[in-house]
Design a protein around this ligand. Sequence first.
Ligand SMILES: Cc1ncc(COP(=O)(O)O)c(C=O)c1O
Length: 270
Amino acid sequence: MVSTSSQTLVNGRATAQVAALDRGLSYGDGVFRTLRVDGGRPCWWGEHLDKLKEDCRRLGLACPPPAVWEQDLGRLDLPASGVVRLTVTRGEAPRGYAPPPHSQSTRIVTVWPHEHAPLSEEGITARVCHLRLGHQPALAGVKHLNRLENVLARAEWQDADIREGILLDQPGQVVGGVMSNLFLWHGGRLRTPRLDKCGVAGVARARLMAAATRAGYRVEETELTLGDVYAADELFFTNSLILLWRVARLENRSWGTPVVSQALWELLHA
Ligand SMILES: Cc1ncc(COP(=O)(O)O)c(C=O)c1O
């Protein structure tokens, strides 16, 4: 049973059912976006549609145009505070990996009510995950439907006080959070892992990098180790729903009064 408080449209029809032979289900052949709804409106709409289009292009998928998504959203009851998920798959197809030459994408829109927490003053507790991400440059940065590494990483802990986990790749470089991107503030620079081998390049990450650069911060996409993380003056996770979470505790390391987190949250929230 799907939660009764959610509403779903599949190809514009009010249903939560998708065909058993949809390639999104068979192979994870598709992409998705999760958006924050504030004041009854989806936040960062243009950026999310651009990212969806770019991720579709990376997989050679046809992305429905903005007007089609907007028509779908117009038929749903957007809550004052909530979440919208947009999914595109390569659609229904016969058996076999070969992408059909003339596939018809499946588009799914789901809306949930959700109370977004305000900026956490005290910061969150995070852990370092055991699971290591594999490298796949052809998919790096894309938010595709194959998220099994994230599922396994998130299954590593049940402690509700731990809000997020840090993911490393096989050689031990830092990639990001299980459901977010990671930023360090160190030596007056805002640093975030380069995502050319694996990981998801989030809209909140792009937005924070652009806004921080405009505001005069030095921003770097770079290789980062766990040593860099522990040495950071401040540490943050970002995604479209949480906006920005400051890390107060990571394993045995804790951080005191933050200096830049409030200002960065405001840049992201603006
Ligand atoms: C693995 C992963 N990385 C990063 C992000 C951040 O993406 P965005 O900023 O577009 O929400 C998400 C969002 O869910 C994610 O699941």
